[in-house]
Design a protein around this ligand. Structure first.
Ligand code: AQP
Length: 332
Protein backbone atom coordinates (compact mmCIF):
# COMPACT_ATOMS: atom_id res chain seq x y z
CA UNK A 1 0.00 0.00 0.00
CA UNK A 2 1.26 3.46 -0.88
CA UNK A 3 1.31 5.97 1.94
CA UNK A 4 0.67 9.58 0.96
CA UNK A 5 1.39 12.72 2.97
CA UNK A 6 1.04 16.39 2.14
CA UNK A 7 0.25 19.69 3.81
CA UNK A 8 -0.83 23.28 3.48
CA UNK A 9 0.42 26.34 5.40
CA UNK A 10 -2.13 28.62 7.09
CA UNK A 11 -0.40 31.76 5.82
CA UNK A 12 -3.43 33.08 3.93
CA UNK A 13 -6.69 32.01 2.35
CA UNK A 14 -6.37 28.95 0.13
CA UNK A 15 -6.03 29.73 -3.57
CA UNK A 16 -6.84 28.22 -6.91
CA UNK A 17 -3.12 27.34 -7.10
CA UNK A 18 -3.37 25.29 -3.90
CA UNK A 19 -6.47 23.57 -5.22
CA UNK A 20 -5.23 22.67 -8.70
CA UNK A 21 -1.61 22.05 -7.71
CA UNK A 22 -2.24 20.01 -4.59
CA UNK A 23 -5.66 19.62 -2.95
CA UNK A 24 -7.39 18.13 -5.96
CA UNK A 25 -4.72 15.41 -6.10
CA UNK A 26 -5.25 14.74 -2.43
CA UNK A 27 -8.97 14.20 -2.90
CA UNK A 28 -8.27 11.82 -5.80
CA UNK A 29 -5.66 9.96 -3.73
CA UNK A 30 -8.02 9.12 -0.89
CA UNK A 31 -10.21 7.18 -3.33
CA UNK A 32 -7.33 4.91 -4.30
CA UNK A 33 -6.51 2.01 -1.97
CA UNK A 34 -3.79 4.16 -0.42
CA UNK A 35 -3.30 5.44 3.07
CA UNK A 36 -3.33 9.21 3.07
CA UNK A 37 -2.47 11.83 5.67
CA UNK A 38 -3.06 15.54 5.16
CA UNK A 39 -1.90 18.24 7.49
CA UNK A 40 -2.40 21.91 8.20
CA UNK A 41 1.25 22.76 8.76
CA UNK A 42 0.76 25.60 11.21
CA UNK A 43 4.33 25.64 12.54
CA UNK A 44 5.50 26.58 9.04
CA UNK A 45 3.30 29.69 9.20
CA UNK A 46 5.44 31.02 12.07
CA UNK A 47 8.57 31.34 9.93
CA UNK A 48 7.55 34.79 8.65
CA UNK A 49 5.84 37.79 10.28
CA UNK A 50 2.53 36.49 11.60
CA UNK A 51 -0.39 37.49 13.73
CA UNK A 52 -1.25 34.76 16.30
CA UNK A 53 -5.04 35.08 16.11
CA UNK A 54 -4.92 35.04 12.29
CA UNK A 55 -2.84 31.86 12.16
CA UNK A 56 -5.31 30.17 14.50
CA UNK A 57 -8.28 31.34 12.41
CA UNK A 58 -6.65 30.35 9.13
CA UNK A 59 -5.70 26.93 10.49
CA UNK A 60 -9.32 26.04 11.17
CA UNK A 61 -10.39 27.62 7.89
CA UNK A 62 -7.82 25.58 5.93
CA UNK A 63 -9.03 22.36 7.58
CA UNK A 64 -12.65 23.30 6.84
CA UNK A 65 -11.79 24.02 3.22
CA UNK A 66 -9.98 20.72 2.82
CA UNK A 67 -13.08 18.92 4.05
CA UNK A 68 -15.24 21.08 1.78
CA UNK A 69 -13.00 20.20 -1.17
CA UNK A 70 -13.78 16.54 -0.59
CA UNK A 71 -11.35 15.09 1.93
CA UNK A 72 -13.27 12.44 3.84
CA UNK A 73 -12.09 11.80 7.42
CA UNK A 74 -13.27 8.20 7.05
CA UNK A 75 -10.78 7.70 4.21
CA UNK A 76 -7.85 9.87 5.23
CA UNK A 77 -6.24 11.35 8.31
CA UNK A 78 -6.58 15.13 8.56
CA UNK A 79 -4.79 16.90 11.38
CA UNK A 80 -2.85 19.94 12.52
CA UNK A 81 0.94 19.69 12.61
CA UNK A 82 1.40 21.29 16.04
CA UNK A 83 -0.96 18.72 17.58
CA UNK A 84 1.54 15.93 16.91
CA UNK A 85 4.83 16.54 18.78
CA UNK A 86 6.64 13.88 16.78
CA UNK A 87 7.19 16.38 13.95
CA UNK A 88 9.36 18.71 16.05
CA UNK A 89 11.02 15.81 17.87
CA UNK A 90 12.14 14.39 14.55
CA UNK A 91 13.05 17.77 13.08
CA UNK A 92 15.91 18.13 15.57
CA UNK A 93 17.45 14.83 14.53
CA UNK A 94 17.21 15.89 10.91
CA UNK A 95 18.85 19.23 11.74
CA UNK A 96 21.73 17.08 12.95
CA UNK A 97 21.71 15.41 9.53
CA UNK A 98 21.34 18.46 7.26
CA UNK A 99 24.04 21.04 6.58
CA UNK A 100 23.86 24.80 6.76
CA UNK A 101 25.00 25.00 3.11
CA UNK A 102 22.20 22.87 1.69
CA UNK A 103 19.56 24.87 3.54
CA UNK A 104 20.96 28.20 2.35
CA UNK A 105 20.62 26.95 -1.24
CA UNK A 106 16.83 26.61 -0.96
CA UNK A 107 15.19 28.96 -3.44
CA UNK A 108 12.24 29.75 -1.16
CA UNK A 109 14.63 30.66 1.66
CA UNK A 110 16.52 33.07 -0.57
CA UNK A 111 13.31 34.68 -1.85
CA UNK A 112 11.59 34.98 1.52
CA UNK A 113 14.72 36.10 3.36
CA UNK A 114 15.19 38.86 0.76
CA UNK A 115 11.53 39.89 1.22
CA UNK A 116 11.85 39.99 5.01
CA UNK A 117 15.02 42.06 4.79
CA UNK A 118 13.44 44.47 2.31
CA UNK A 119 10.54 44.94 4.74
CA UNK A 120 13.01 45.71 7.55
CA UNK A 121 12.06 42.52 9.43
CA UNK A 122 14.63 40.13 10.80
CA UNK A 123 15.00 36.80 9.02
CA UNK A 124 13.73 34.18 11.44
CA UNK A 125 16.07 31.24 11.99
CA UNK A 126 13.06 28.98 11.40
CA UNK A 127 12.80 30.31 7.83
CA UNK A 128 16.17 28.68 7.18
CA UNK A 129 15.36 25.45 8.98
CA UNK A 130 11.74 25.03 7.89
CA UNK A 131 12.54 22.61 5.03
CA UNK A 132 14.00 20.31 7.71
CA UNK A 133 10.73 20.44 9.62
CA UNK A 134 8.96 19.69 6.36
CA UNK A 135 11.25 16.69 5.91
CA UNK A 136 10.27 15.55 9.40
CA UNK A 137 6.57 15.97 8.54
CA UNK A 138 7.05 13.59 5.64
CA UNK A 139 9.55 11.09 7.04
CA UNK A 140 7.72 10.59 10.36
CA UNK A 141 5.06 8.66 8.45
CA UNK A 142 7.36 6.58 6.24
CA UNK A 143 5.66 8.36 3.36
CA UNK A 144 5.98 6.99 -0.18
CA UNK A 145 4.42 9.85 -2.15
CA UNK A 146 4.11 13.57 -1.59
CA UNK A 147 1.57 15.19 -3.93
CA UNK A 148 2.62 18.85 -4.19
CA UNK A 149 2.81 21.75 -6.60
CA UNK A 150 5.95 22.34 -8.61
CA UNK A 151 7.28 24.92 -6.11
CA UNK A 152 7.85 22.21 -3.50
CA UNK A 153 10.05 20.05 -5.72
CA UNK A 154 13.30 21.28 -4.17
CA UNK A 155 12.10 20.72 -0.61
CA UNK A 156 11.04 17.15 -1.37
CA UNK A 157 14.47 16.57 -2.97
CA UNK A 158 16.08 17.72 0.28
CA UNK A 159 13.79 15.36 2.22
CA UNK A 160 14.97 12.49 0.03
CA UNK A 161 18.63 13.43 0.58
CA UNK A 162 18.15 13.56 4.35
CA UNK A 163 16.35 10.21 4.41
CA UNK A 164 19.10 8.53 2.39
CA UNK A 165 21.87 10.11 4.49
CA UNK A 166 20.23 9.15 7.80
CA UNK A 167 19.61 5.59 6.63
CA UNK A 168 23.21 5.21 5.45
CA UNK A 169 24.69 6.54 8.67
CA UNK A 170 22.40 5.00 11.25
CA UNK A 171 20.66 2.06 9.62
CA UNK A 172 17.45 1.84 7.67
CA UNK A 173 14.85 4.04 9.38
CA UNK A 174 12.99 6.09 6.77
CA UNK A 175 11.22 5.40 3.51
CA UNK A 176 12.66 7.62 0.76
CA UNK A 177 9.63 9.52 -0.58
CA UNK A 178 8.98 10.89 -4.06
CA UNK A 179 7.13 14.04 -5.07
CA UNK A 180 4.21 13.80 -7.48
CA UNK A 181 2.83 16.74 -9.45
CA UNK A 182 -0.33 17.17 -11.51
CA UNK A 183 0.11 16.95 -15.30
CA UNK A 184 -1.22 20.50 -15.79
CA UNK A 185 -1.39 23.48 -13.43
CA UNK A 186 1.44 22.22 -11.24
CA UNK A 187 2.40 25.90 -11.01
CA UNK A 188 -0.53 28.28 -11.35
CA UNK A 189 0.77 31.79 -11.92
CA UNK A 190 -0.45 35.09 -10.48
CA UNK A 191 -3.03 36.63 -12.84
CA UNK A 192 -1.44 40.06 -12.54
CA UNK A 193 2.19 38.87 -12.59
CA UNK A 194 2.19 35.73 -14.69
CA UNK A 195 5.90 35.14 -14.17
CA UNK A 196 5.34 34.69 -10.41
CA UNK A 197 3.56 31.83 -8.67
CA UNK A 198 0.06 32.51 -7.32
CA UNK A 199 0.91 32.43 -3.59
CA UNK A 200 -1.64 32.82 -0.82
CA UNK A 201 0.59 35.04 1.30
CA UNK A 202 1.22 37.54 -1.49
CA UNK A 203 0.11 41.07 -0.75
CA UNK A 204 -1.67 41.89 -4.02
CA UNK A 205 -4.90 39.88 -4.04
CA UNK A 206 -5.92 41.10 -7.52
CA UNK A 207 -3.92 38.37 -9.20
CA UNK A 208 -4.99 35.62 -6.80
CA UNK A 209 -8.21 33.62 -6.99
CA UNK A 210 -9.15 32.49 -3.50
CA UNK A 211 -11.32 29.40 -3.09
CA UNK A 212 -13.87 31.43 -1.15
CA UNK A 213 -14.07 34.33 -3.63
CA UNK A 214 -17.64 35.08 -4.72
CA UNK A 215 -18.35 34.21 -8.39
CA UNK A 216 -18.47 37.93 -9.31
CA UNK A 217 -15.03 38.47 -7.79
CA UNK A 218 -13.59 35.45 -9.61
CA UNK A 219 -14.95 36.77 -12.91
CA UNK A 220 -13.51 40.23 -12.33
CA UNK A 221 -10.07 38.87 -11.47
CA UNK A 222 -9.98 36.57 -14.50
CA UNK A 223 -11.29 39.22 -16.92
CA UNK A 224 -8.59 41.63 -15.67
CA UNK A 225 -5.81 39.04 -15.94
CA UNK A 226 -2.69 40.38 -17.62
CA UNK A 227 -2.32 38.93 -21.09
CA UNK A 228 0.67 39.24 -23.35
CA UNK A 229 1.29 41.83 -26.01
CA UNK A 230 1.95 40.65 -29.55
CA UNK A 231 -0.41 39.75 -32.33
CA UNK A 232 0.29 36.03 -32.48
CA UNK A 233 -3.27 35.20 -31.46
CA UNK A 234 -3.93 32.68 -28.73
CA UNK A 235 -0.97 30.31 -28.56
CA UNK A 236 0.37 28.16 -25.76
CA UNK A 237 3.91 29.34 -25.05
CA UNK A 238 4.92 29.45 -21.38
CA UNK A 239 8.15 31.37 -22.06
CA UNK A 240 7.01 33.98 -24.55
CA UNK A 241 3.33 34.25 -23.55
CA UNK A 242 3.14 33.41 -19.82
CA UNK A 243 -0.17 35.20 -19.15
CA UNK A 244 -2.10 33.39 -21.86
CA UNK A 245 -0.38 30.07 -21.12
CA UNK A 246 -1.46 30.40 -17.48
CA UNK A 247 -5.10 30.95 -18.48
CA UNK A 248 -4.93 27.98 -20.82
CA UNK A 249 -3.39 25.83 -18.08
CA UNK A 250 -6.18 26.77 -15.68
CA UNK A 251 -8.85 26.04 -18.28
CA UNK A 252 -7.16 22.75 -19.15
CA UNK A 253 -7.02 21.77 -15.49
CA UNK A 254 -10.72 22.59 -15.05
CA UNK A 255 -11.88 20.80 -18.20
CA UNK A 256 -9.40 17.95 -18.56
CA UNK A 257 -8.44 19.17 -22.04
CA UNK A 258 -4.94 19.69 -23.41
CA UNK A 259 -3.80 23.36 -23.19
CA UNK A 260 -2.14 23.37 -26.64
CA UNK A 261 -5.32 22.02 -28.27
CA UNK A 262 -7.45 24.46 -26.32
CA UNK A 263 -5.46 27.41 -27.70
CA UNK A 264 -6.39 26.37 -31.24
CA UNK A 265 -10.04 27.04 -30.45
CA UNK A 266 -9.61 30.76 -29.67
CA UNK A 267 -8.93 33.80 -31.80
CA UNK A 268 -9.09 36.41 -29.02
CA UNK A 269 -8.34 36.78 -25.33
CA UNK A 270 -11.86 37.93 -24.38
CA UNK A 271 -13.56 34.62 -25.20
CA UNK A 272 -10.75 32.69 -23.52
CA UNK A 273 -11.08 34.73 -20.33
CA UNK A 274 -14.86 34.29 -20.27
CA UNK A 275 -14.48 30.50 -20.56
CA UNK A 276 -11.80 30.44 -17.86
CA UNK A 277 -13.99 32.51 -15.54
CA UNK A 278 -17.00 30.22 -16.11
CA UNK A 279 -14.92 27.08 -15.59
CA UNK A 280 -13.32 28.34 -12.37
CA UNK A 281 -16.63 29.55 -10.95
CA UNK A 282 -18.17 26.12 -11.59
CA UNK A 283 -15.13 24.30 -10.20
CA UNK A 284 -15.23 26.27 -6.96
CA UNK A 285 -18.99 26.47 -6.51
CA UNK A 286 -19.40 23.13 -4.64
CA UNK A 287 -16.37 23.86 -2.48
CA UNK A 288 -17.77 27.26 -1.42
CA UNK A 289 -21.20 25.80 -0.74
CA UNK A 290 -19.90 22.91 1.33
CA UNK A 291 -17.56 25.26 3.19
CA UNK A 292 -20.50 27.41 4.25
CA UNK A 293 -22.22 24.34 5.74
CA UNK A 294 -19.13 23.05 7.52
CA UNK A 295 -18.08 26.45 8.85
CA UNK A 296 -21.40 26.63 10.71
CA UNK A 297 -20.21 23.75 12.93
CA UNK A 298 -16.58 24.42 13.92
CA UNK A 299 -16.82 21.93 16.81
CA UNK A 300 -17.27 19.13 14.27
CA UNK A 301 -14.16 20.26 12.36
CA UNK A 302 -12.21 20.37 15.62
CA UNK A 303 -13.36 16.83 16.40
CA UNK A 304 -12.09 15.61 13.01
CA UNK A 305 -8.74 17.29 13.72
CA UNK A 306 -8.49 15.79 17.21
CA UNK A 307 -9.19 12.29 15.95
CA UNK A 308 -6.82 12.82 13.04
CA UNK A 309 -4.03 13.89 15.42
CA UNK A 310 -4.57 10.75 17.48
CA UNK A 311 -4.21 8.52 14.44
CA UNK A 312 -1.21 10.47 13.14
CA UNK A 313 0.57 10.29 16.51
CA UNK A 314 0.11 6.54 16.67
CA UNK A 315 1.74 6.17 13.24
CA UNK A 316 4.59 8.64 13.81
CA UNK A 317 5.65 7.69 17.34
CA UNK A 318 7.29 4.31 16.59
CA UNK A 319 9.11 5.77 13.57
CA UNK A 320 10.46 8.70 15.56
CA UNK A 321 11.35 6.48 18.54
CA UNK A 322 13.27 4.24 16.15
CA UNK A 323 15.14 7.28 14.77
CA UNK A 324 16.05 8.40 18.33
CA UNK A 325 17.49 5.00 19.08
CA UNK A 326 19.29 4.70 15.74
CA UNK A 327 21.05 8.06 16.10
CA UNK A 328 22.48 7.09 19.48
CA UNK A 329 20.12 8.42 22.15
CA UNK A 330 19.48 6.42 25.31
CA UNK A 331 15.87 5.24 25.60
CA UNK A 332 14.05 6.90 28.56
N1 AQP B 1 0.42 28.58 -7.51
C1 AQP B 1 0.43 27.28 -7.24
N2 AQP B 1 0.28 26.38 -8.23
C2 AQP B 1 0.29 25.04 -7.98
N3 AQP B 1 0.45 24.54 -6.72
C3 AQP B 1 0.59 25.41 -5.71
N4 AQP B 1 0.75 25.24 -4.39
C4 AQP B 1 0.86 26.46 -3.79
N5 AQP B 1 0.76 27.44 -4.70
C5 AQP B 1 0.60 26.82 -5.91
C6 AQP B 1 0.79 23.95 -3.72
O1 AQP B 1 -0.19 23.96 -2.68
C7 AQP B 1 0.30 23.21 -1.56
C8 AQP B 1 0.21 24.04 -0.32
O2 AQP B 1 0.97 25.22 -0.52
P1 AQP B 1 1.63 26.01 0.67
O3 AQP B 1 0.61 26.24 1.71
O4 AQP B 1 2.85 25.31 1.12
O5 AQP B 1 2.16 27.34 0.00
P2 AQP B 1 1.50 28.61 -0.73
O6 AQP B 1 0.05 28.43 -0.93
O7 AQP B 1 2.34 28.96 -1.87
O8 AQP B 1 1.59 29.72 0.40
P3 AQP B 1 2.60 30.86 0.68
O9 AQP B 1 2.50 31.21 2.12
O10 AQP B 1 2.42 31.96 -0.32
O11 AQP B 1 3.93 30.13 0.57
P4 AQP B 1 5.14 30.02 -0.38
O12 AQP B 1 5.34 31.38 -0.97
O13 AQP B 1 6.17 29.58 0.60
O14 AQP B 1 4.89 28.94 -1.38
C9 AQP B 1 1.72 22.80 -1.91
O15 AQP B 1 1.72 21.48 -2.40
C10 AQP B 1 2.12 23.76 -3.00
O16 AQP B 1 3.08 23.21 -3.87
Amino acid sequence: MTRIFSGVKPTGHLTLGNYLGAVRQWVAAEHAPDEALFCVVDLHALTVEHEPARVRRLSRQAATLLLAAGLDPQRCTLFVQSHVDEHTRLAYLLECTATDGELRRMIQYKEKAAKAQAAGDGVRLSLLTYPVLMAADILAYRTDEVPVGEDQRQHVELTRDLAVRFNQRYGHTFTVPRATHPAVAARVMDLQEPTSKMGKSDANGAGIVYLLDEPGVVRKKVMRAVTDSGDGGVVYDREARPGVANLLDVLAACTGADPVRLAEGYTGYGALKRDVADAVVELLRPVRERHAELAADPAEVDKVLREGAGRARALARPVVDRAYEAIGLLAP
